[in-house]
Write a protein that binds this ligand. Structure first.
Ligand SMILES: Cc1cc2nc3c(=O)[nH]c(=O)nc-3n(C[C@H](O)[C@H](O)[C@H](O)COP(=O)(O)OP(=O)(O)OC[C@H]3O[C@@H](n4cnc5c(N)ncnc54)[C@H](O)[C@@H]3O)c2cc1C
Length: 354
């Protein structure tokens, strides 16, 4: 047996499983499709509760500390949530994810990048994993390969995917414009059906994006709405070309374990169906997976089923409620804006969670 655990994908989920298992003394290999450090399309908003999972005090990692979240409805109604403590942080995914990879390496993980998992075979006592460059064996395989879901597909998991589409550009503005958004995230409702737009400030640019559940034939309308937003907010903007990426939302019960193979993070659709926040849940599910894998590898438990239980107990009901609520929220955005956004007790509870 070559490794105790192989992990497909070096995003926040994969690096966290790797770190947690390597520091417990297990031999771990992470296989990553891209060359590292890699980028990931993302607004880079990190909630305060992530501080429980990782020390973010490093000033170089945090791009901005967000003390205000401004919500607007069709640019007419406005509500600002403010706090003396940061409500969230912004990071660049390239840096944040690479810091997590370095942490896994320092704990003893091996990492092979430019090496996509493209085949797997599960035997009674091991899993064989194939890449274009070789074949590797382990007692456990973790699918942490995000929305591509390579391990889920190759392992014949029946994951039901509910996608939203996103568009995003890194907008390069003058220091004065960036300073206007310093410490402040903007969230705009009513600009696109079944979705919202955002501005997340970074040290030297603004991340501007839009996400929505698209019905058939609505891709063009969605693109036009995003272009209109960019032109309205920043008439003379320069930015990266508009990029598009799907998000696989959670909120339905999924089977995340099959024998010696388990799925974590967005590969398991563990993304908040209301807000599309995924980084925290990727890292938290990774910790649950490491706990279950450690028990199995040390013969404390006969199978990996405790992972499913931990996810269901800690995220299942919250995600299912959020999914039902998001249907109501995005279906009736103007009513929702008045009832829920302006009801700042609910918002403070959401952002204020440590
Ligand atoms: C536009 C946009 C904005 C977002 N904004 C936010 C936000 O502000 N805050 C937030 O919390 N979430 C946000 N999200 C969601 C968040 O980015 C994801 O949920 C999060 O990255 C999931 O982490 P992960 O580790 O599960 O997967 P990923 O971060 O997607 O990592 C998966 C890794 O697997 C690799 N991989 C894929 N296929 C293979 C293969 N076959 N073999 C080996 N490796 C493979 C990929 O290259 C990648 O490195 C946003 C998403 C989008 C699209």
């Amino acid at each position: 047996m070559e490794y105790d655990v192989i992990i497909s994908g070096a995003g926040p989920a994969g690096s966290t499983v790797g770190y947690e298992l390597a520091r417990r003394g297990h031999s771990v290999l992470i296989l990553e499709k891209e060359t590292l450090p890699r980028d990931k399309l993302c607004a880079g908003g990190i909630p305060r509760r992530i501080l429980k999972l990782i020390d973010l005090q490093d000033g170089q990692m945090v791009e901005d500390r967000i003390h205000k979240v401004e919500f607007t409805f069709r640019q007419k109604e406005r509500f600002v949530l403010e706090s003396s403590r940061p409500l969230l942080y912004t990071v660049r995914r390239r840096n944040f994810d690479h810091m997590l990879v370095q942490r896994a390496l320092a704990a003893g993980c091996q990492v092979r990048d430019g090496e996509p998992v493209n085949g797997l075979k599960q035997e009674k006592t091991e899993v064989s994993v194939h890449t274009p460059r070789g074949q590797f064996q382990a007692r456990i395989l973790v699918g942490a390969d995000g929305v591509s879901g390579a391990v889920a597909r190759l392992g014949h998991f029946r994951i039901r995917r509910y996608f939203i589409s996103t568009l995003q550009s890194e907008v390069d503005m003058t220091p004065e414009t960036i300073n206007r958004y310093r410490g402040r995230v903007w969230i705009g409702f009513g600009l696109v059906r079944n979705g919202y737009a955002w501005i997340f400030p970074k040290k030297d640019h603004l991340t501007v994006g839009m996400g929505a559940t698209l019905g058939r034939g609505r891709a063009k309308v969605f693109r036009n709405a995003f272009q209109l937003l960019l032109q309205t907010l920043f008439p003379r903007y320069r930015g990266t070309p508009v990029a598009s990426f799907p998000i696989s939302l959670g909120g339905v019960k999924q089977n995340l374990v099959q024998g010696r193979v388990l799925l974590v993070g967005e590969a398991a659709s563990l993304v908040n169906p209301l807000t599309a926040e995924g980084i925290y849940y990727a890292m938290r599910s990774a910790q649950f997976a490491a706990e279950a894998a450690d028990g199995f590898l040390n013969n404390r438990t006969p199978h990996l089923g405790s992972y499913q239980r931990l996810v269901d107990e800690n995220m299942g009901s919250f995600f299912r409620k959020s999914r039902i609520f998001s249907g109501l929220f995005y279906g009736l955005p103007s009513v929702s804006f008045r009832m829920f956004i302006k009801d700042n007790k609910r918002l403070i509870r959401y952002f204020g969670k440590d």
